[in-house]
Write a protein that binds this ligand. Structure first.
Ligand SMILES: NC(=O)C1=CN([C@@H]2O[C@H](COP(=O)(O)OP(=O)(O)OC[C@H]3O[C@@H](n4cnc5c(N)ncnc54)[C@H](OP(=O)(O)O)[C@@H]3O)[C@@H](O)[C@H]2O)C=CC1
Length: 401
């Protein structure tokens, strides 16, 4: 039973989630025990059994309880789960081919079906159980994490994650507040730090443009860049100006008062543009960068998963490779770098973000909160667009929240 598992977890010593010293044989024994004791254990969750509109969301009391398959994994009891546009897209089948491959590359689970699929990419909760290689966490720790899209999501009572994806939650935030951040924070960190080459030591004189500042990624990216001393210009609707200025944006351009590119061209050029809008912005935005200075344009809106959905894995990746190479080369000849940016799970990035949050430099931007039975309403809210921060679902009732 669950208590026995917790006791066993407490009795073992290991690392955050690397390849620890404890033997595989020992883990195999543990896993067999875990599987056997859990065979009849189920949990509450929102699942989908096929792709489609909001009507495919189904509440169940009988979702499979997550199992620790690898010694570096932890099971988290979910207190709050955040929603993102990718949940709406995945509900409709976005990325199904690639994500299914990544989910079970060796077909260990011996099933052709990814269903029932649990959505929800942000989690804030409490560690319930640790694999044998995990020493960085212990049961009872309050944690937050972004759940990678190839894993079962957080709209459930429990979720299993690699310890490398998990971080101790900021002490200054409630679970609901914490669930606003991990997915957008990990995405912003991945595109700004890993792809864009920015960090706390090189931002002081940089001019950054965020196309789409009022949503989840934008509201987080503004605060991260401001905490690193950058000058941040943001595009958003006129009625979001107050919000983005309140979290630090220096210049705000209303994109609904056309033509936005003309207004932006009247400003000094930029060192980096983070594009969370895509589409035709690419036709004019790159001309706003400083040429021949290593300036970068990073877009979050890429055809990568759509290509593999439509063409299959090999042809889809080939098409994506040709597209990105062609665009990168074209823009390189004009003296600027063109990049695609992606979400990447990282517990260590969340550790650094946690420090900024607890230091009061980044705050959650919670737009609306829904109780667990109202998950379909939360999806409708996100699907309606015009986000002003984040939408969060409370999964477990926490005293005081
Ligand atoms: N590649 C990857 O791995 C990832 C990609 N993404 C993608 O990044 C995008 C942003 O994500 P997220 O911030 O979570 O989305 P949100 O839905 O939270 O926010 C989008 C925001 O953009 C605003 N907006 C819409 N059109 C424009 C425009 N033309 N100019 C400026 N602002 C505009 C919207 O408000 P309003 O309409 O009222 O102006 C809204 O505030 C999404 O397309 C998402 O799929 C996100 C994470 C990872």
């Amino acid at each position: 039973d669950v208590n026995a598992m917790q006791w066993i977890s407490l009795a073992v010593v290991s690392s955050r989630g690397g390849h620890g010293a404890l033997s595989t044989a020992m883990h195999a024994h543990y896993r067999a025990f875990s599987t056997a004791t859990r065979r009849h254990t189920v949990m509450h969750a929102w699942v989908i059994d096929k792709y489609g509109d909001n009507s495919v969301l189904r509440f169940t009391k009988n979702a499979s309880f997550p199992i620790i398959d690898y010694p570096n994994e932890v099971i988290v009891k979910v207190h709050a789960a955040g929603l993102n546009p990718i949940d709406i897209n995945m509900r409709g089948g976005y990325g199904a081919a690639t994500l299914k491959m990544k989910r079970d590359p060796l077909n260990i689970k011996r099933t052709d079906s990814e269903f029932p699929l649990i959505l929800g990419r942000d989690v804030s909760g409490v560690i319930m159980e640790c694999g044998l290689d995990v020493s960085y966490f212990k049961p009872g720790d309050e944690v937050w994490a972004a759940v990678p899209p190839w894993k079962q999501g957080s709209l459930a009572e429990f979720v299993v994650l690699s310890a490398n994806e998990v971080s101790h939650k900021p002490k200054s935030l409630s679970h609901v507040e914490a669930a606003c951040m991990p997915y957008v924070a990990s995405t912003a960190w991945s595109v700004l730090v890993n792809t864009g080459g920015l960090n706390k030591d090189n931002c002081a004189k940089k001019r950054i443009l965020i196309l789409g500042g009022s949503g989840g990624v934008g509201t987080f990216a503004i605060q991260l860049l401001k905490s690193w001393g950058a000058h941040v210009t943001v595009t958003c609707s006129q009625n979001a100006e107050h919000l983005v200025r309140g979290i630090g944006a220096d210049d705000v351009v209303d994109y609904t008062a056309r033509p936005v590119e003309k207004t932006l061209k009247s400003l000094e050029n930029f060192d980096l543009i983070l594009d969370s809008i895509g589409g035709e912005t690419e036709s004019w935005a790159l001309s706003l960068l400083k040429p021949w200075c290593g300036a970068k344009y990073v877009t979050l809106v890429t055809p990568f998963l759509r290509n593999t959905d439509q063409l299959g894995l090999a042809d889809g990746m080939m098409r994506s490779g040709v597209t990105i190479a062609t665009k990168a080369l074209k823009h390189l000849t004009k003296g600027v770098h063109y990049r695609w940016g992606f979400f990447a799970p990282s517990g260590s990035a969340l550790d650094e973000i946690c420090e900024l949050v607890d230091a009061g430099k980044i705050r959650p931007v919670l737009q609306e909160q829904f109780a667990f039975p109202r998950v379909p309403r939360a999806f409708q809210k996100v699907e309606g667009g015009h986000a002003r921060g984040k939408t969060v679902v409370t999964v477990a009732r926490v005293q005081g929240e």
